[in-house]
Structure formats: structure tokens, C-alpha cells
Design a binder for this molecule. Structure first.
Ligand SMILES: NC(=O)c1ccc[n+]([C@@H]2O[C@H](COP(=O)([O-])OP(=O)(O)OC[C@H]3O[C@@H](n4cnc5c(N)ncnc54)[C@H](O)[C@@H]3O)[C@@H](O)[C@H]2O)c1
Length: 346
């Protein structure tokens, strides 16, 4: 029988999740669209264009609806914990947009609840569902670049170009933090997947003034040391008028290994002393082209598979505790002016 899904939050990401379910017509059906902005919910319901989709302004009505057995939560961050706990307690499986939580205490409460009630709880860290990242993970597991000893990542966006003034992402009370909790978290989670756990961080932040009304950081410079010994540098901003780097997404990822390098400048390139195809120098990865939406489709499919099979998601809430711990450690380092051990936060 199809999984019956309620979409809670019908903004940018709610629409993307809905599209993911629409790709799986025999396995999942969206039965409720919920948003306090009723027009947004009604608009998504119209796009879904299936019989009997309910349009609901109150999320509690979705939680109380016994016809719903899974929810996608695409809401402001301060609502994640109360909503996830209520949904799990009501027996729903939960796919939650990143960041899992405003802090590690909230994250632990959600994970403990999911464990107790025995429902699937997955965090939508879509970077792990990008096909190129899967391919790179496989290369790393083959030892293609030897041991990774250094990484560089960055991200460049202008928040005020994406969301209108006064949007909840501009306020720490509803976002739990700026570019670190909202965007750097994507690559921190990806690096945990590709490189391993982070041992220690040291960070600085800035509010640029380019995002009117923003009361939390829109620039962050972060240094990292990994448990495996690698060191890393991360720079993220919501205040970039232009992406200064030639990548498809304005984001940089560089992995330095003892026997090669992988980077995404001008597309993904691999240089490997170990694998013949990449021995000559930086060689473009010949991967099928994919747009961002395909990673969201793959992510939603994985959630549905996990409900069907009972397997733990790749990006389970339990796994994501490690990502939230790094994010919390970064904020603690900024507050204290000291390098912070992630283990102290966990
Ligand atoms: N994976 C990604 O690449 C990515 C990109 C953007 C956003 N996100 C994440 O997705 C989540 C949602 O972000 P978004 O960009 O879709 O935001 P959004 O503002 O576009 O959508 C949020 C929706 O929630 C609704 N809402 C707010 N309070 C509500 C309430 N109390 N009851 C019912 N509805 C309410 C709003 O009306 C809005 O339509 C966030 O966690 C964000 O960090 C992820």
C-alpha cells in the first residue's frame, strides 16, 4: 500500500519534497499540504493535482490525521523540534529538512523519541544524495587519492536575493543562526561522510550589513581538524554579490590526498597516482549531467525505501547528531574565542 504523506511547510523546499513523492506514484501519495500561508498550501495542492489532497493551515491537523503515515517537515528551524516530536509520537515517519535542530539538546530529544517509537527519522542532507558525491565517495574508498590530509570548502550566496526582507531566516530566534547553521552545515555533513569525523574547530563570524535586518552571521571563517588527522578550512557567506569561483553552484570543495587531489573548479576533476584513468593530471569526471532537483528526488526515494524496508537512513537523525555537534562547537568557538573540541559538545 502507498505511503500517505503530509507536506508541512509548502515554501521553497516543501515544493521540492512534493516533487520527489510525485516521482514515486505507486509507492507514495501526498494527501495533505499544510502551511499557515493557506495560498501556498492550496497552490501546492493544485500542482500535485491528485484527488482528495487536503489543504490545512494548522500543522496539528496533519499530526492528528490518521490517514497520514509520513510527513515531510520543511519549516522554520525553531519549529523543527516540537513538530518532529509531535509527529513521531503520533506514529508518523519523518523526513525533516536540515538543519535538524537549533542545538544538540533538541536534536537528542528528537532522536530519543524516534528510537522509542520505532519510526523512521531522516534528515534531508541532500548533499549526500548528489550522484557526483557518491562517485567521489567510491573513489576515496578505493584509495584513489591516498590519505586525505587537507580540505577546503566554501559557499557563496546573497541571502537577500533568495528570500524577501523580514524572512524568518534573517532572525536568529527562528533560524538558530545564520550561514553556519543554515548553509555551512551542508558541507560539514558532506565532509563527515567523505573525510570522517571532526575533532576540533576554531571560527570567526561577521554580520556584513548586506542583508537588511539580519541579526546573525552572514560570514563565517572556520578552521577544522579531523579525527583522522586532516586539517580543513571553510569559508561561507550569505553576502556574496557574485560567486568568485567557477563552479556550477558557487561552492568550492577541494580534497588533498597523499596520492592525488579532487576538486570541483570548472566541474569535478580527479588526479590520482593510483587509478590509470586519472594518472596524467586533473581529469574531468565524466558524469551524467544532473540538476539540483535530482538530489532531492533521490533523497525522497531513500526515505520511502527506508519506510518500506525498515533500514536506517544514510542521513538518519542518529547520524546527524554528529553534524549538529560540529555546528554547535563552531558557535561555541566563536563565543569563547578559543578552539573547541567537538567531543566537549557531544
Ligand atoms: N536542502 C536545501 O538545499 C535547502 C534549501 C533551502 C532551504 N532548506 C531548508 O528547508 C526548510 C524550509 O526552508 P524554505 O526555504 O522552504 O522556507 P520557506 O520560507 O520558503 O518555507 C517555509 C514555509 O513554512 C510556512 N510556515 C511558517 N510557520 C508556519 C507555521 N507555524 N505553521 C504552518 N506553516 C508555517 C511558511 O508560510 C512557509 O511557506 C528549512 O529547514 C531550510 O533550512 C534546505
Amino acid at each position: 500500500m502507498s505511503i500517505r504523506v503530509g507536506i508541512i511547510g509548502c515554501g521553497l523546499m516543501g515544493r521540492r519534497h512534493a516533487d520527489g513523492y510525485l516521482q514515486l506514484p505507486d509507492r507514495a501519495v501526498v494527501v495533505a499540504c499544510c502551511d499557515s500561508n493557506v495560498e501556498a498550501a492550496a497552490d501546492l495542492a493544485r500542482q500535485i493535482d491528485q484527488p482528495d489532497v487536503r489543504v490545512l493551515p494548522e500543522w496539528q491537523a496533519v499530526i492528528d490525521d490518521e490517514a497520514v503515515n509520513a510527513v515531510s517537515i520543511c519549516m522554520p528551524h525553531h519549529l523543527h523540534a516540537p513538530l518532529v516530536v509531535a509527529a513521531l509520537e503520533a506514529g508518523k515517519h519523518v523526513l525533516l529538512e536540515k538543519p535538524m535542530a537549533m542545538n544538540l539538546a533538541e536534536a537528542r530529544l528528537m532522536v530519543d523519541t524516534a528510537t522509542r517509537v520505532g519510526r523512521v527519522f531522516m534528515v534531508a542532507q541532500n548533499q549526500r544524495y548528489i550522484a557526483a558525491h557518491d562517485y567521489i565517495k567510491a573513489l576515496l574508498e578505493q584509495g584513489a587519492i591516498g590519505d586525505i590530509f587537507a580540505v577546503r570548502i566554501d559557499g557563496n550566496q546573497l541571502l537577500s536575493r533568495i528570500y524577501p526582507p523580514g524572512h524568518w531566516l534573517f532572525s536568529k530566534a527562528t533560524s538558530g543562526g545564520g550561514v553556519i547553521r543554515t548553509t555551512a552545515i551542508h558541507k560539514i555533513d558532506l565532509l563527515r561522510y567523505l573525510v570522517g569525523e571532526v575533532r576540533r574547530v576554531s571560527a570567526f563570524q561577521k554580520i556584513s550589513g548586506l542583508n537588511p535586518g539580519m541579526d546573525c552571521e552572514d560570514v563565517a571563517a572556520i578552521s577544522m581538524e579531523f579525527v583522522g588527522g586532516a586539517v580543513g578550512e571553510a569559508f561561507f557567506t550569505f553576502a556574496a554579490r557574485h560567486a568568485p569561483i567557477s563552479t556550477a553552484t558557487g561552492e568550492l570543495t577541494v580534497l588533498y590526498g597523499t596520492q592525488g587531489m579532487i576538486h570541483n573548479v570548472g566541474g569535478w576533476h580527479v588526479h590520482s597516482e593510483v587509478i590509470d584513468a586519472y594518472r596524467e593530471g586533473p581529469t574531468p569526471l565524466n558524469l551524467p549531467r544532473e540538476d539540483a532537483q535530482q538530489s532531492f528526488q533521490r533523497e525522497v526515494r531513500h526515505f520511502v525505501e527506508c519506510i518500506e524496508s525498515g533500514q536506517e537512513p544514510l542521513t538518519s537523525g542518529r547520524d546527524n547528531l554528529g553534524t549538529i555537534a560540529v555546528v554547535d562547537a563552531i558557535y561555541e568557538s566563536i563565543a569563547s574565542g578559543q578552539a573547541t573540541d567537538v567531543a566537549r559538545i557531544e
